[in-house]
Design a protein around this ligand. Structure first.
Ligand code: PDD
Length: 287
C-alpha cells in the first residue's frame, strides 16, 4: 500500500481525493518538485526546497510550510514507502475557488506528497546511450519555474516517444535550452559545456551536482550559451535529471553523436556520480 500526504492527512493513495474545483485541476495553477531518495536518504533536499520556494514566489503563492515542516512530512512519507530508493513528488496548488482566472480572495493551498519507486537508469542506456530528437521550444518565458502546467512539455516529450527516442532536446532562437524533462550538457573539443541558467530553463539540481563534480575532478568545463550548430558538432551529449541521473545521448535526430558510444567524459562523470551517491548513503550526511 502506498501512503501519501494530502492536506494534513496521511492516507492510502487510493483514498486520496481532491475537489474538482481545485485550481490545480482547472488551471494547472500550482508548482511541484521531484526529489530523489537513495536508501531512504533525500538527495539535495535543501536545494529542492529552495527551488520550491522560488517557484512559489514566481506564481505568487505563499509557502504553506516552513522548511523543517516540509522535511518532517517528506521523511514520514519516505519511511512509509516500500522501496529504499524513491522519487518524492510534491505538489502545491492554489487550492479551490470559483472558476475564475483571478486568484481567490482567500487561498487554502492543496499540498500533496507522493512517493514513487526510483529505479537506477537501465544498464543498457548507460552502456550504449539513448537516442534523442530536437524540437523548437514553444513553452512560455518562465521555464525557470517548476510549474504543474506541463502541457507544452508533455506534447514535446511525446514527439520523442513517437520517434522511439528517450528525450526531446529543445532549441530556441538557435540556442540549446534543455530537454522536455531534463537538463542537457555537451562535450565540444574536450570541454564540458552547460547552457547558463536563465528564465528559459529550469535550474536543475542535478545540473548543479554535475558542475560541482566536474570542478572537483578538474574536468575542463564552461557555462556559456551553446548554439544548435555546436550541439550538432558535439562529441558527447548528456541528459541529467533527478530520475535519469546522467544519461549519454548517442544519436541525435538519427545522426550518430561522436563515436556512437558513450564518451570518456561521460564515463568519468557517471563513475563520479555513482561514487558521490554511495558516499552520501554511507555517510548519512545531508548532501
Ligand atoms: N524533471 N528541465 C526540466 C524541464 C525538467 O522537467 C527537469 C526535471 C530538469 C532537471 O531538473 P532536476 O535535475 O532538478 O531533476 C530540467 C523532473 C524530474 C520531472 O518533471 O519529473
Amino acid at each position: 500500500m502506498t501512503t501519501v500526504y494530502l492536506n494534513g492527512q496521511f492516507l492510502a493513495l487510493e483514498e486520496a481525493r481532491i475537489p474538482v474545483m481545485d485550481r490545480g485541476f482547472l488551471f494547472g495553477d500550482g508548482v511541484y518538485e521531484v526529489i530523489p531518495v537513495y536508501d531512504r536518504q533525500p538527495f539535495r533536499l535543501h536545494e529542492h526546497l529552495a527551488r520550491l520556494q522560488d517557484s512559489l514566489d514566481g506564481i505568487r503563492l505563499e509557502n504553506p510550510h516552513a522548511a523543517a515542516e516540509w522535511e518532517n512530512l517528506i521523511l514520514r512519507i519516505v519511511e512509509s514507502a516500500d522501496w529504499p530508493d524513491q522519487g518524492i513528488y510534491l505538489q502545491v496548488t492554489r487550492g479551490q475557488g470559483p472558476r475564475d482566472h483571478a486568484f481567490p480572495k482567500i487561498v487554502h493551498p492543496t499540498v500533496f506528497i507522493l512517493p514513487m519507486q526510483l529505479s537506477p537508469p537501465a544498464a543498457e542506456a548507460v552502456e550504449r546511450g539513448v537516442s534523442a530528437i530536437t524540437s523548437q521550444d514553444n513553452r512560455w518565458l518562465r521555464c525557470d519555474l517548476k510549474v504543474t502546467s506541463l502541457l507544452p512539455n508533455v506534447l514535446l516529450r511525446q514527439l520523442s516517444v513517437d520517434a522511439d527516442c528517450a528525450e526531446t532536446i529543445l532549441l530556441r532562437d538557435g540556442q540549446l535550452i534543455e530537454g522536455s524533462a531534463s537538463s542537457v550538457f555537451i562535450v565540444l573539443d574536450g570541454i564540458l559545456l552547460a547552457p547558463p541558467k536563465t528564465n528559459l530553463m529550469l535550474p536543475g539540481i542535478t545540473y548543479d551536482v554535475v558542475l560541482e563534480l566536474a570542478a572537483a575532478a578538474s574536468m575542463p568545463h564552461q557555462v556559456r550559451p551553446i548554439s544548435e550548430t555546436e550541439l550538432r558538432q558535439a562529441s558527447e551529449i548528456w541528459l541529467t535529471s533527478s530520475t535519469k541521473e546522467v544519461m549519454p545521448v548517442t544519436k541525435l535526430d538519427g545522426q550518430t553523436v561522436g563515436s556512437g558510444q558513450p564518451g570518456p567524459l561521460f564515463r568519468q562523470m557517471h563513475a563520479d556520480y555513482q561514487a558521490f551517491k554511495h558516499r552520501i548513503m554511507r555517510g548519512r550526511s545531508v548532501a
